[in-house]
Write a protein that binds this ligand. Structure first.
Ligand code: NI
Length: 252
């Protein structure tokens, strides 16, 4: 059984068949899914999906890419949503200097406000870090009580070691199956088994051999196989350990 700790079923890519896709998971071996929001609306949708499907859980938050459209009341709305019994994390939140390097200070301020919210609510965080490794690390270092995952981890081995020492989990997705995956595989090699989470980031980041198609949680099988290969364990063991890790972090 697999736990997809990061997938976006609120995405328009699932408008045609969202119900069928989600309903098919338990029989396909996908026992749990965490659906993070990226702003108020997708966070509300994540909660609604979690209410509808017992195997779906929600995270709520404002993604740095969606910061431009937010209003002053949005953080209060996120805090209210975070009190829902099926909300297990604050996310996805973080810094993205790939899409927008001109509002770094605003991104950092929003990230910090949501880390404070997570601490207040005693929830883990799901961190999006794209080309902002140094600033993300500097910020999370200032909050030693925080728990969480660096989703689709793309930093260096050294940064991974620093995060692991501080109790963080690292999320691995379809890109570890790509030909150019050298750096992520080096990180996977040094990452203890009890800190690995598996994710799809559906509908994005489809693993080989589904690359280029819409992704969904059933493709975790390919991510899990790669992790098993690198760690020298069976895919069943990799699925079981990542299931336990996810349940522990998200308190499910
Ligand atoms: Ni995501």
């Amino acid at each position: 059984m697999y736990f997809d700790t990061h997938a976006h079923y609120d995405s328009g890519a699932f408008n045609a068949d969202r119900e069928e896709v989600l309903a098919a998971f338990p029989e396909a071996g996908v026992a749990l899914v965490v659906n993070p929001g990226c702003e108020v609306r997708s966070s509300e949708t994540a909660i609604a999906l979690a209410e509808r499907f017992p195997h779906v859980w929600a995270a709520v938050g404002i993604h740095p890419e969606d910061m431009a459209d937010m209003s002053d009341a949005d953080l209060d709305k996120i805090e209210q949503l975070s009190k829902h019994p099926k909300c297990v994390a604050i996310g996805e939140i973080g810094l993205d200097y790939y899409w927008d390097a001109s509002h770094k200070e605003e991104q950092k301020a929003l990230f910090i406000e949501q880390l404070a919210l997570a601490l207040r609510r005693d929830l883990p965080v799901i961190v999006h870090d794209r080309e902002a490794h140094g600033d993300c690390l500097d910020i999370v270092r200032q909050y030693p009580g925080l728990r969480g995952v660096f989703h689709c981890y793309s930093g260096s081995v050294e940064m991974a070691q620093e995060l692991l020492k501080r109790g963080w989990y690292l999320g691995f997705d379809g890109p570890i199956t790509y030909k150019n995956a050298r750096k992520a595989l080096e990180v996977l090699e040094i990452c203890p088994l009890d800190r690995i989470l598996i994710e799809t980031d559906s509908p994005y980041l489809s693993p080989v051999p589904m690359r280029g198609k819409r992704n969904d949680s059933r493709n975790l099988v390919y991510v899990t196989e790669k992790i098993a290969e690198i760690k020298g364990i069976t895919p069943e063991e990799a699925a079981a350990v990542t299931m336990e890790n996810g349940k522990k972090l998200f308190n499910i």
